[in-house]
Design a protein around this ligand. Structure first.
Ligand code: TXA
Ligand code: MG
Length: 371
């Protein structure tokens, strides 16, 4: 029974019995997690990109619980994680030469390939589509769990990011517990493998059609993929550098996604101080979060105890690592409006810009409008 429903009955929950705590990854806890997966339980696991909410990817029943816990519509497909290229091939009905080239170059790593699905892949995973997303993650705990699970079960882990649908992905085990703990059941587990090193989700490359295309920019750069595909990459994709266009049925491509609860606005770095001051003056009760770059000396310009300032790294890699942790922290502080300094519009910032735009698209983009 969930903590909330106990409260509704007037009973005091015993917090440590109700809310699962994260278990440090060890040989024993990884073996326990593999057993849990083989029994249809959920296991939140670290990957190098973000934490995933894992279930046995070949069990429709186990996968159904992912959708319930995330609150995710059932037609949004899941990525299947496996421990090797050989296992990935078993999930695809057709494995084109481009898949070999990309897998050789970037797996294990932050890249998901979309391929025609094999018969063994349940409809529940693909949302009824004839394609499947597959990835070999690089995180040692994810790989160890996949290995252990291949001994006692299918070795295939379906895992979306371990957050409620539409929200901010977790890059720390504590964020998983705080975000999903209320929805997990006895026997489910959260494995703690430390903070994610990439910090944004995998790059999704669709190889199921004539020409490869990127459906979601992510931890692996478009340039790296284009180099390996030597010019075969379609320009008609969701590049946020060009159009911000969306592709149907890729939930990560919904305009509003990856969004904190606060109203988010992307602002020019040099305008942040003035906008913050205006907001404070207009809304005396607001708590305002600011995410300037480290080089901005904002603290001198605006000082008010209703402001919470998280300075962000100037380098894209370091920025990506921090992004979701900062957003999750600000969310928990009950920030009303979050002003984020807009990064440069260059290829190395593409995935970050994509996520920031989607976070800002969740609400009216004007920070002076009512919520
Ligand atoms: O880095 C990541 O990709 C993380 C870690 C846990 O691996 N996973 C992740 O999963 O971000 P999720 O479910 O939050 O986002 C996966 C995206 C969704 O937007 C989904 O719609 C898309 O991948 N996707 C999955 N299978 C697909 C398919 N067959 N065709 C098109 N898009 C697909
Ligand atoms: Mg997600």
């Amino acid at each position: 029974m969930r903590v909330r429903s106990l409260c509704a009955l007037g009973l005091r929950p015993v917090a440590h019995l109700m809310m699962p705590s994260a278990v440090p990854a060890s040989e024993q806890s990884i073996a326990d997690a593999a057993d849990a997966l083989s029994q249809g339980r959920l296991v939140a696991l670290p990957t190098e990109t973000v934490y995933g909410l894992g279930a046995d990817g070949l069990s429709a029943q186990a996968v159904a619980r992912i959708f319930a816990v995330k609150g995710r519509p059932s037609d949004h497909p899941l990525i299947l994680h496996v421990g090797s290229v050989a296992e990935a091939k078993k999930l695809a009905a057709h494995w084109p030469p481009s898949a070999d080239r990309l897998a050789d170059a970037f797996w294990p790593g932050p890249m998901t390939l979309i391929l025609k699905r094999a018969e063994c892949v349940p409809d529940a995973v693909t949302g009824g589509q004839d394609t499947v997303g597959v990835r070999v993650p690089e995180h040692p705990v994810a790989l160890a769990l996949l290995h252990a699970f291949s001994k006692v079960g299918s070795g295939v882990i379906a895992a979306p990011s371990a957050n409620r649908f539409g929200g901010v992905s977790p890059t720390r085990a504590a964020d998983v517990v705080l975000g999903l703990g209320d929805f997990l059941q006895a026997g489910d587990m959260v494995l703690d493998g430390g903070d994610c090193t990439v910090g944004v989700e995998s790059t999704i490359v669709d190889l199921s059609r004539d020409q490869p295309r990127i459906l979601r920019p992510g931890g692996l750069s478009r340039d790296a993929i284009a180099r390996v595909l030597s010019g075969d990459l379609s320009q008609q994709d969701t590049s946020s550098m060009r159009s911000g266009a969306t592709v149907p049925r890729v939930s990560g491509s919904l305009e509003s996604h990856y969004a904190p609860r606060a109203r988010v606005a992307l602002v020019l770095p040099e305008q942040m101080g003035v906008m913050a001051s205006q907001l404070l003056a207009q809304h005396p009760k607001y708590r305002i979060g600011l995410m300037p770059f480290q080089y901005q000396l904002l603290e001198g310009q605006v000082s008010d105890r209703r402001l919470v300032i998280h300075s962000m790294p100037d380098q894209a890699k370091a920025y990506a690592q921090r992004l979701y942790a900062v957003m999750n922290d600000l969310d928990r502080l009950g920030i009303d409006t979050l002003l984020i300094a807009c990064p440069p519009q260059t290829v190395e910032w593409e995935a970050i810009l994509d996520r920031l735009r989607r976070a800002a698209a969740s609400v009216d983009n004007s920070p002076t409008m009512g919520k």
